[in-house]
Design a protein around this ligand. Sequence first.
Ligand code: PEP
Ligand code: MG
Length: 897
Amino acid sequence: MTKYVFDFTEGDKDQKDLLGGKGANLAEMTKLGLPVPPGFTITTEACREYLAHGSAPGELRVQVTTALRQLEDTLGRRLGDRHDPLLVSVRSGAAFSMPGMMETVLNIGLNDASVKGLAEESGDERFAWDSYRRLLQMFGKTVLEIPGEVFSDMLDKAKSTKGVSSDVDLDVDDLQALVATFKDAVREHSGQEFPQHPREQLDMAINAVFDSWNTDRARLYRRRERIPQHLGTAVNVCTMVFGNLGQTSGTGVAFTRDPASGRPGAYGDYLSNAQGEDVVAGIRNTLSLDDLKALDPSSHKQLIKVMRRLETHYRDLCDIEFTIERGKLWMLQTRVGKRTAAAAFRIAAQLVDENLITMDEALSRVSGSQLALLMFPHFDRSAPRELLTTGMAASPGAAVGRAVFDSPTAKAWADRGEQVVLVRRETNPDDLEGMIAASGILTARGGKTSHAAVVARGMGKTCVCGAEELDVDASTRTARVGTVLIEEGDEISIDGSTGEIFLGPMPVVPSPVETYIEAGLASALKGADDETTALVKAVDRLLTHADIRRRLAIRANADTTEDAVRARSLGAQGIGLCRTEHMFLGDRRVLIERVILAGNTEERDAALAALLPLQRGDFAELLDAMDGLPVNIRLLDPPLHEFLPDRTELAVKVALAEARGETGEQLDVDRKLLAAVQRLHESNPMLGLRGVRLGLLTPGLFALQVRAIGEAMADQIAAGKDPKVEIMVPLVGSIMELLLVRDETEQILADVAAERGVTLTVPIGTMIELPRAALTAHRIAEAADFFSFGTNDLTQTTWGFSRDDVESTVFAAYLEKGVFTISPFETIDADGVGRLVEIAAKEGRTTKPGLKLGVCGEHGGDPESIHFFHRTGLDYVSCSPFRLPVARLEAGRAAVS
Ligand code: PEP
Ligand code: MG
């Protein structure tokens, strides 16, 4: 029989796949002897069965009964008993944390009879009725799918009728009345009575948690976070402990270090006389842990002790949920906490200094995408500004955009290309789409642990929350601070590192991490405050360690001197791809036109000769900028028609001129040009006359480029420099193509060497960007000194995806349907395209041990792909200059993982 139910005493933190993150960590805390209320976890496997068959497996019912009886026997109370009821919570918990995405029902077991028992047993009638109304509210919304506002509106009405602003000011009579109204609402909206039987409540709640796995917002969240859609969630059934038992009780969330800045020391929000989500929902403003210390020193002390224990045990920042019931601390959840990019670097460095982790582990705790976030610009602090108000710095970054007040507007405006800041009183999970669309998120209520803050941090989005002076009115699409009015569409700027909110657009400047990477440590630390210094030093330590540990060399894709200089300053160890086609555009396009239009050999040679000095100059500059480092120059790749005018425009031009009866030289040229354009026109130019095929069929073209390279090298050598060139042939599919180009290239280089009296050592290699090239790599390697994987074309030709078309036409639907979770042009498709890379790497090196292997497709700068290339044994990755720091860090991480 499959075991679907595990007691909290049975599992541990490594069983996340089966027990979900929450269940696994509850079990771990139980094992550590921390105060966890007893309970059990229903596995993700049960959920998958339920979702596949539309009903829970038969054994589950039996196993839940056994687990429940055991719980009842341990505690000496029965679920929903009319005298001393056991109450339980039912909470979702998937293997990957999905904050706020799925469901929780508290106080299961309360009914018209047991509410009285609870009142008697606790000696607090108000508490019992408050718990009952919460059950009705949560059960109604989550299990019976009644809109949440039905209940929250009634609650608001009860408060306003009584003239109070907070739910804690409602007394027993008010709550009893509210319970009656809620029950009516349940009947009216769901067509059924609220179930009085405790076990029925429990089973319905469990199924509702299973169902919550597949809500639209949960699916959207998973797509974004690249969490597989089939995993399912576990369900945790846990004995209730009560934070709503008066002023000596409460509930809170805390982090063992500040998850926003990375500052050491515990950080948290606490709300007394509250239950469940109250603390993160922003319904009342929260207290800090220091406030809790003043309020209840002994619980605070206990809490700090538990947090220290957890940090030592998990050796990382932990976040926790806790409840204090009449002075007794209970742990309801822990996990390794989400954090901002800055906090990730700072905390990793701190943990090394505290001897909790090694430098290698620290490196594995940060990521290239976090580093990329830290390189984003900040607001210029010296610019004139109009500070509107300040909230909490919840997720760093500088966002400028037009204020919008609801999620659909954020999405619609962003879709038409506007930058927007989503302004909400507080956010809830339904705002997810708008949060994704917005450049920044601003809320008036809720702390750093509120939904907005947690989700924004997860997405790396700028967020300011809890700006209390901000009075947001979504119905009129306005917000006010005192007399200042912000209307929909007004530009505002929010600083997620300081919490400041400015009217109007603020100018932005480079971040200190960017300054560090471009100009070095000293420049970045000049005049920096303590926080900035700590951050920059942490980044420096980890990036330096990555450089020490990585096996992959990092090169840049650069075609211009400017890019080459920048790449070198960002740590490039050479150029992995110089696309020479960029040297044939602009003013030079007419020269290419002359080559194409040449009527005979002399004309063509003259046209090519005119290009030679220009090409030589390009290469000399590039070699100068990269002196001493390898420069991989690729011979011309794109189809020639890319250098000619557009076919339709030209045809129209000629037709119009003819219709007007024009004559003359221009028309003759245009006619000739049109004939050439028509001759070169192809239905599938990406699969046509390009790459090596072009070189072999256009006499003199590659020869010109090779001669220019040889002469530029000779000039550099004469000037005492050390040029290191590699010549690369694009789009090779057969060894014969490479051999033909290789022979000609070697001959020309030998000629130049002889003419100039120098030795030219130039490796000649090929791109591997066609499946046939990969599959015949053992042969091609005979003629190649190196391979460079062109994974852009290799993805295009392996999938048969036109790289210029499918991203806009096909991919949105494919991502939606789960064909893949990320574009294969962004992250290497390891199973398909990656397999070709593996075959070519292995077989190429079988023919030629030590064959140099690199990658120069876009994937060379993508974190996940870099790990793949490391595993595949490549020698280097090459990427755009701006991605170099990320690539260095990720190559280091790949080496230590
Ligand atoms: C490639 O195909 O991966 C490549 C680097 O070449 P290009 O993008 O220029 O086709
Ligand atoms: Mg290519």
